[in-house]
Design a protein around this ligand. Structure first.
Ligand SMILES: Nc1ncnc2c1ncn2[C@@H]1O[C@H](COP(=O)(O)OP(=O)(O)OP(=O)(O)O)[C@@H](O)[C@H]1O
Ligand SMILES: Cc1ncc(COP(=O)(O)O)c(N)n1
Length: 264
């Protein structure tokens, strides 16, 4: 069985972070492992508190994982501080990790800030160069490309600026667009590819970013190329959104197990 690792924060509400990642990896047929960067006290309406692990404890988790069950792919999500990002970059380099998907998580759907200013700089400098692909949403891409994004042409320009500036492939996610949910893949020396998604009329989108990046990592772990992995991940997230789960008072989680049978 192929294996995947998520390096991210725990969401006590179960919709995003480590919990979304593990559910996604399992539903995509790979064995899931986790290295936790922070605990969040969180539900669909708020992030009430955050407790970070120490860089040393994160390093110990990564050592335990890589010296026993080697991940075929790695996804990183919420990493709030520069010291933790440096630890991750150091360990991924030390163990020559492959198929790395970096989701540059900055702000939650419930509008809580999940990364420090200093850490954004460290992400750019240390983690992006190791990434097979990074997966910013539109607000994150605006920060990374220093430009406003309103049109499809703006998305194409921003993806090129980010990819060229940081030396990695970029999947610019269009979930924040009004009319559709189309994502753009930019890869060096290749024609940009659009993944067209029909907007599903579901306000419950907590954890969509975490889920998409984990689904991409799961497919890379299975040996698929990046384009095929994004295509499969899009199919998976569309299914999870279309299942129309409706839990909690805020923007709720998706049904990650929509394709799993309920009775045994
Ligand atoms: N209503 C929707 N219908 C269909 N696909 C969607 C919808 N909302 C988001 N998506 C898709 O979900 C994926 C995640 O995109 P999005 O832009 O929402 O990321 P994000 O903002 O990082 O997510 P998060 O909610 O975790 O912060 C993308 O593939 C996007 O196209
Ligand atoms: C631990 C953790 N990681 C990531 C997110 C972002 O997900 P979303 O933007 O859907 O709230 C989150 N809310 N919590």
């Amino acid at each position: 069985m192929k294996t995947a690792l998520t390096i991210a924060g725990s969401d006590s509400g179960g919709g995003a972070g480590i919990q979304a990642d593990i559910k996604t990896m399992m539903a995509n047929g790979v064995y899931a492992m986790s290295a936790i960067t922070a605990l969040t006290a969180q539900n669909t309406t708020k992030v009430a508190d955050i407790m970070e692990v120490t860089p040393q404890f994160l390093a110990e988790q990564l050592d335990c994982i890589f010296t026993d069950i080697r991940p075929d792919a790695v996804k990183t999500g919420m990493v709030a501080s520069a010291a933790l990002i440096r630890t991750i970059a150091g360990k991924l380099t030390e163990y020559q990790a492959e198929n790395i998907v970096v989701d540059p998580v900055m702000v939650s759907t419930s509008r809580a800030r999940l990364i420090s200013e200093e850490a954004i700089e460290t992400l750019k400098e240390k983690l992006f160069p190791l990434a097979t692909v990074i997966t910013p949403n539109i607000p994150e891409a605006e920060v990374l490309a220093d430009m406003e994004i309103e049109t499809v042409q703006d998305m194409e320009k921003a993806a090129e600026v980010i990819g060229t500036r940081y030396g990695c492939s970029v999947l610019l996610k269009g979930g924040h667009q009004k009319n559709d949910a189309s994502d753009l893949l930019w890869q060096k020396d290749k024609k940009p590819v659009w993944f067209h998604g029909v907007r599903i009329d579901n306000p419950n989108t907590h954890g969509t970013g975490c889920t998409l990046s984990s689904a991409i990592a799961s497919n890379l772990a299975k040996g698929r190329d990046l384009e095929t992995s994004v295509e499969a991940a899009k199919r998976y997230i569309s299914g999870a959104l279309a299942a129309m789960l409706d839990l909690g008072a805020g923007s709720g989680p998706m049904n990650h197990g929509f394709a799993i049978k309920e009775e045994w």
